[in-house]
Write a protein that binds this ligand. Structure first.
Ligand code: DX5
Length: 231
């Protein structure tokens, strides 16, 4: 399965918040609740102050799940490692603009390798940094927390950046948000133009994951989304 085409609001569970001891079962649970895509937070302990996991975890889950795999590279050298994640089964790769000198070359390499490409920017990074590369990406990720850990508070000032990015890329590109997304913050980000909502704690931190996803969907459905419909 590939990155869902723009036009719907998608809820994307982040496996960073899942129980790593039973990861395949955790992913099967959210698949049963109807999500189309899951996100993998790849952290190198250098670009961000945390270390998560690598290609072997993605490859292990690939053998058990038909979902679209969205791999976010929070690493200092995404160009060196992207290929390994694509071989492991990634359908989509997002790199951080703060880590790449020639982003258009990397986007071209990702497309030639058969995956969709995304560019991410941290809360303190100006949208001007992605003006040249965003038109060539299928997705732009606006971090709504400082990357590195799940369970952080949503940064309200990032909503303005979501609006700026949506204005920049128009309706055909996915605008993703990540960090502190919950039933309370969904109206803020969807109202600003986001259509791809990465959620960790507000899904895997709950006992009933299906109910948690239904609650998020209801929050989406009750928010007028500038560019997207609710599946
Ligand atoms: C943080 C990660 C997020 C995080 C989201 O750096 O990129 O994906 O796991 O978790 P919550 O939803 O708990 O903020």
């Amino acid at each position: 399965m590939r990155l869902p085409k723009a036009g719907t609001v998608e809820i994307v569970p982040s496996v960073l918040a899942a129980d790593f001891g039973r990861l395949a079962a955790e992913v099967a649970e959210v698949e049963a609740a109807g999500v189309k895509m899951i996100q993998f937070d790849i952290m190198d302990g250098h670009f961000v102050p945390n270390i998560s996991f690598g290609p072997p975890i993605v490859a292990a889950l690939r053998r058990h799940s038909p979902l679209a795999f969205d791999v976010q590279l929070m690493i200092s050298d995404p160009r060196r490692y992207a290929e390994a994640f694509i071989r492991a089964g990634a359908d989509h790769i997002t790199f951080h603009i703060e880590t790449v000198d020639r982003p258009l070359d990397l986007v071209d390499e990702l497309h030639k390798a058969g995956v969709t490409a995304g560019v991410a920017l941290n809360p303190e990074t100006d949208v001007l940094r992605i003006i040249d590369v965003a038109p060539y990406c299928e997705l732009v990720l606006v971090m709504t927390v400082h990357p590195g850990f799940g369970g952080q508070e949503f940064i309200p000032e990032t909503a303005q950046k979501v609006r700026q990015v949506r204005d920049l890329v128009g309706p055909a590109t996915r605008v993703q948000v990540d960090g502190g997304i919950s039933v309370e913050t969904v109206p803020i980000v969807v109202g600003a133009g986001a259509d791809t909502l990465v959620v960790g704690t507000a899904i895997f931190g709950k006992k009933d994951r299906r109910a948690a996803i239904e609650d998020l969907r209801r929050a989406v459905a009750s928010t007028p989304a500038p560019f997207a419909s609710v599946p």
